[in-house]
Design a protein around this ligand. Sequence first.
Ligand code: SF4
Length: 339
Amino acid sequence: MLKKSLCGLTADEITDLIKPYGFTDAHALSVVNSIYKKGISDISLFPKIPSRLRTELSNTVINGIQLPFASELSVDKSVKYLFRTESGKEFETVYIPDNKRNTVCVSTQSGCRMGCSFCVTARYGFRGNLTAGEILNQIIAMPQTRKATHVVFMGMGEPMDNLDNVLKACSIITAEWGLSISARNVTVSSVGIAPGIEKFLQCSDCNLTLSLYSPFPEERKKFIPVEEKYPVQKIIDLMRVFPVKKKRRLSIAYVMIKDLNDTDRHLESLKSITKGSDIRVNLLPYHHLPDDKKRSSSAERMQYFKHNLIVSGISASIRKSRGTDISAACGLLAAGFMH
Ligand code: SF4
């Protein structure tokens, strides 16, 4: 039988694990500290615990911290890391440094089953869910862990399709005894699985971003098949009325494709579905796939959208592309496994 992994357990779960051997809450805190704050990958090196506890832990659990098996550096200093789970599932993580803001983009699944037409991960297929520990390991095991200030769940996979593990990872990332990163610096992205989004909004304080692609249902279905089952308008209606805590951010990610979803008609519809709400619109350039004729909207067109949204009272910004040369940008993850 596979041994349980310490990485991915909460402080309470570790207490439950060690209490039968006569150890205390304080010992459990030393253990979580060794994993989540220090990233120590060898149980025998955990400080401030009795040697008998080290022995008991070594006999009953594994540490669960696994280093990436490969990495690739972008000219813009982003780094893509390739991980493989014990059972052989592969997935990618991207570290994106930007002055004082250093973001880790984590995967939640190996591959994905949502089938979005613009996404390389969809072409890779679905290999399986990642555990909470495997999600957390992506932050803990990279060399820049101590510098990470933000976490985004925008790597491989649809987070709402693996929600229990995502919620657990979010709670450990934001816990004071865990990675201690503020919930306002953690963003989970979804293409729109309505029941998952509703539960996420209720059970977590982390930010949510919804990938839109088109405000028109028939058009959106061609990009994002899940629109058929969960119409995005209902999700936006939920985001409009959901009572959000101060500083929690709900946003729409709008990837802009030349002549496809960047017309004035799209702009007007985007304005009408967000007007009067606190939903922010993030405009992103499109990253075309190798055999793809679609191209990103121009910088001028993106500025035009941003300006028009802002003068209509809608909070809007343009996001930069990072890591495109190493296939680490949005929609390109998994390309590393398919060369
Ligand atoms: S865009 Fe996201 S949800 Fe859609 S296939 Fe790619 S990884 Fe999955």
